[in-house]
Design a protein around this ligand. Structure first.
Ligand code: COA
Length: 187
């Protein structure tokens, strides 16, 4: 199967849609915060030039057919409050990796759980068999979030990533389309 085409998704509080260049201004508040990017592989953005360089990298991945960058747009006022990435798509195995970031001022309101659950439902519906995520063990919020949704912790890869000059272990989480806990959308 080619890269799964996911049409824009509406949840109770969000519109999840492919990124466009005009989203970068809102995203400065998300990726411009070093607290938010602490466990991410890239440094926080210091300018719109950094943002544009990041988007260029995302566009290149999309052009290669292995990734799609989405944004989380708040339904109440259309402000973009976060991002979600499907990447490292493996066609033969119908497998894709998930990445996600939410602006600090929006944490702990259940927004990312809402977004990931919806994205998983639609990604599986598009034919993907397995969704996985790699998380720094120090990132307690992300590990707890995935576990709450039903992702299974499958093991730790030792010092897999060098980010910001430091080698980190990586926890691998996986969710299968036929896992009993696979999320469903609210009626
Ligand atoms: C990880 C992140 C996406 C969580 O988003 P969020 O919208 O705040 O998470 P939610 O409110 O949906 O939380 C759902 C569940 O995750 C767990 N959780 C979320 N944040 C947590 C925290 N700081 N500590 C412990 N558990 C946490 C809880 O179980 C929570 O359920 P509860 O609130 O009912 O207890 C957000 O903290 C973030 O963007 N961090 C920076 C970027 C990042 O690390 N991305 C992931 C890279 S792998």
């Amino acid at each position: 199967m080619p890269f799964p085409v996911i049409a824009p998704i509406r949840t109770a509080r969000l519109l999840i849609r492919p990124i466009v260049a005009s989203d970068l201004a809102d995203l400065m508040a998300v990726n411009g915060d070093p607290h938010t990017t602490r466990y991410l592989p890239y440094a926080h953005w210091q300018s719109l030039d950094d943002a544009a360089a990041w988007l260029k990298r995302m566009d290149a991945l999309a052009a290669a057919g292995t990734a799609q960058q989405y944004v989380l747009e708040r339904a109440s006022d259309t402000k973009v409050v976060g991002t979600m990435l499907l990447f490292k798509f493996d066609e033969g195995s119908a497998r894709v990796e998930l990445g996600y970031v939410l602006g600090h001022s929006h944490w702990r309101q259940g927004l990312m759980r809402e977004a990931i659950q919806a994205m998983c439902v639609h990604t599986f519906a598009a034919g993907v068999r397995r969704i996985e995520a790699e998380v720094n063990p120090l990132n307690e919020a992300s590990c707890a979030l995935l576990s709450q949704i039903g992702f299974v912790y499958e093991g730790t890869l030792r010092r897999r990533w060098v980010t910001k000059g430091v080698a980190h272990d990586t926890r691998v989480f996986g969710l299968l389309a036929d896992d009993d806990v696979t999320p469903t959308l609210p009626a």
